[in-house]
Ligand binder design. Structure first.
Ligand SMILES: [Zn+2]
Length: 609
């Protein structure tokens, strides 16, 4: 599950929330100069920075104290912020062909023009129409319900139930009801929304919305698509080994009638509504003996008397050990670390940067358990990134690309190894699992991290096709099923006809949140981790490395983080890892011992589908 998000400046309002933007047609008669462009960028940057602080404050209050009043206040600022972005995105497009632009002005113009997800065309009424459809789709998703034993069940409850239910008939009921109830009613609106936003993208100078999204990576849109294919080829053999093993285990558990030994895996058996992460069924696939790592992080935390504050202090301690300055007093005074007893809040963990300077915070309903221990390290990664780039101009105060921000915290969390737990006094040295437990440690990780890769790739492959017209509305379902089969090797539990719209039953589709960032973040976190371990002089198996306490790693990391998005992302990547290419090799290296073990288990068994 992608359960954490970061909120900061432009990212919150424009990138993450699917803001609707009206493009103003460029005035071909006005001869703009490079100096005009500089003036425009300076004004736009200042105005967008100013309003971001207002929006962050209102958003923070709203998320930590939900009332009708704070809803209204947050919506009001958000609307003003969108309006401003509307205006400036259209104006930025006007300077596209101006000669003699400085590199910074060129970069900032692109950021202003591209810092939006769903552009409306300039014809009267189009912006309202698009905004209405986008809001309706999101709201329909939020109110969506499936059924379990014939009774309605909400989205968050059905997600949890998919993780724990092991009865194939109930799983099928939940899967089919959710996809039918949520997806199908959205289909016509979604197709209409695609048409309108494509017109807006064209006015901003992009071929279509998909091309606009692919333009955020410092390379031509087609090259970006090719890069994602290349990355998938690197990790595909690893996924295939996991798929083969998991299919066999599911066949052992459920029998041929439910899960045959060959062909795709039935999508509802993997512990997740979208079969995107499989960690929930670790118990089904865990090997006897090595599957049990011998300690329980939650029990360790509780035995040592950890409370939510101590969890966060421990996370801060990791970053301090790398040489990062302690979090400011305001972090401790203003963060929401514990769920308040007396008011409604948004518990979904997030990291905030209120003033685009030092006022960083997290918002979490922290529980003392292993998941939240990891989440704390993850959220703080956003905060340290935000603080590292606080001296950049506002438009550069963001991750090097949208994959970087999510990857930082995850890469630090990979360092929560048994030896790290020893170093911070949580685990007794004698209880560090021996090497024969590595299979369990790695398989548990792979069920989430490796299983996610093809899904992370295909969501936007589908959407790119929809936006460029190669997937027509009457092919929405067949194209989705084909991609799920091709990349994930899964099939729906029942046949799906052309009237269905299963893609719409995945949050990020109706919410218009680009998805390729999650695929990139998955690979980048291992790349960062491998680079850090190399810098730390680690020579053992990669997954046992912790770079806790290494100031050299911290200094190099700081160099990447402080750049924000001031330079093309390969420059930032190079500053920390020495490489200018995103690569899947580090992830392959990390899981190499597991791949070897899986291939031994898989010997003689059918592979592929
Ligand atoms: Zn996050």
């Amino acid at each position: 599950m992608i359960r954490t998000a970061m909120a900061s400046g432009l990212a919150l309002a424009l990138v993450l929330s699917g803001a609707v933007v009206l493009a103003t047609a460029p005035d071909k008669n006005a001869p703009a100069t490079a100096a005009d462009a500089d003036t425009f960028v300076a004004k736009a940057e200042k105005d967008l920075a100013d309003i971001s602080v207002d929006a962050n404050r209102a958003g923070w209050i709203n998320a930590t104290y939900i009332t009708d009043d704070t809803d209204a206040m947050a919506a009001e600022v958000s609307a003003r912020q969108t309006e401003l972005a509307v205006k400036y995105a259209g104006e930025a497009a006007k300077y596209l062909d101006v000669q003699g632009l400085s590199p910074d002005t060129r970069r900032k113009l692109d950021l202003i023009r591209n810092g939006i997800t769903l552009p409306a065309p300039s014809r009267p009424g189009a912006a309202d129409e698009l905004s209405t459809i986008a809001t309706k789709l999101q709201s329909e998703y939020g109110k969506g319900k499936g059924t379990l034993d014939g009774k309605p069940i909400s989205g968050s409850d059905i997600e949890a139930a998919m993780g724990t239910t092991r009865d194939p008939a109930k799983l099928k009921e939940m899967w089919v009801s959710w996809n039918d109830n949520v997806g199908v009613p959205m289909k016509a609106d979604y197709a209409h929304m695609v048409d309108i936003s494509n017109q807006g993208a064209k006015e901003l100078g992009y071929a279509d919305v998909g091309a606009m999204w692919r333009s955020g990576y410092d390379m031509p849109p087609d090259d970006f698509a090719k890069m994602t294919d290349r990355l998938w080829k690197q990790v595909e053999p690893l996924y295939l080994s996991l798929h083969t093993y998991v299919r066999w285990k599911l066949n052992e558990k459920y029998g041929d009638a439910v899960q045959p030994k060959t062909g795709p895996i039935r999508a509802d058996l993997l512990g997740n509504m979208w079969a995107q992460e499989w960690g929930n069924i670790y118990d089904v696939v865990a090997p006897k003996g090595s599957g049990d790592i011998g300690y329980d992080t939650e029990a360790l935390l509780k035995a040592k008397g950890y409370d939510p504050i101590k969890m966060v202090k421990t996370g801060e301690g990791f970053y301090s050990s790398l040489g990062f300055a302690p979090l400011p007093d305001t972090f401790w005074a203003r963060s929401m670390i514990v769920k308040p007893a007396d008011r409604e809040v948004v518990c979904h963990a997030s990291a905030w940067d209120i003033d685009n300077k030092q006022d960083v915070r997290i918002k979490m309903c922290t529980k003392v358990n292993a998941d939240d221990f990891v989440t704390v390290h993850h959220e703080l990664g956003h905060n340290y990134y935000q603080r590292a780039y606080m001296n950049q101009p506002f438009l550069y105060e963001n991750g090097a690309n949208d994959g970087f921000h999510e990857a930082i915290g995850d890469f630090v969390a990979l360092s929560i190894t048994p030896n790290y737990l020893v170093q911070i006094g949580l685990l007794d040295k004698s209880r560090v699992p021996s090497a024969d437990k590595d299979t369990g440690l790695l398989l548990r990780q792979a069920m989430d991290k490796v299983a996610f890769l093809p899904f992370g790739l295909l969501v936007d492959k589908w959407r790119w096709g929809v936006f460029n017209g190669s997937i027509k509305p009457d092919q929405y379902q067949s194209a989705w099923d084909a991609l799920r089969l091709q990349y994930q090797g899964i099939r729906p539990p029942v046949a799906r006809d052309a009237s269905r719209f299963d893609a719409g039953a995945k949050y990020h589709i109706p919410a218009n949140t680009p998805y390729m960032r999650y695929f990139l973040a998955r690979l980048l976190q291992f790349q960062f981790y491998q680079a850090a371990c190399k810098q730390a002089g680690w020579t053992g198996p990669l997954h046992r490395c912790s770079f806790y306490g290494n100031k050299e790693v911290g200094a190099k990391l700081q160099k990447m983080l402080e750049m924000g998005q001031s330079k093309p992302w390969p420059d930032a990547l190079q500053a920390f890892t020495g490489s200018r290419e995103i690569s899947g090799q580090a992830m392959v290296d990390y899981f190499a011992p597991l791949k070897k073990w899986l291939d031994e288990q898989n010997k003689g068994k059918p592979s592929g589908w």
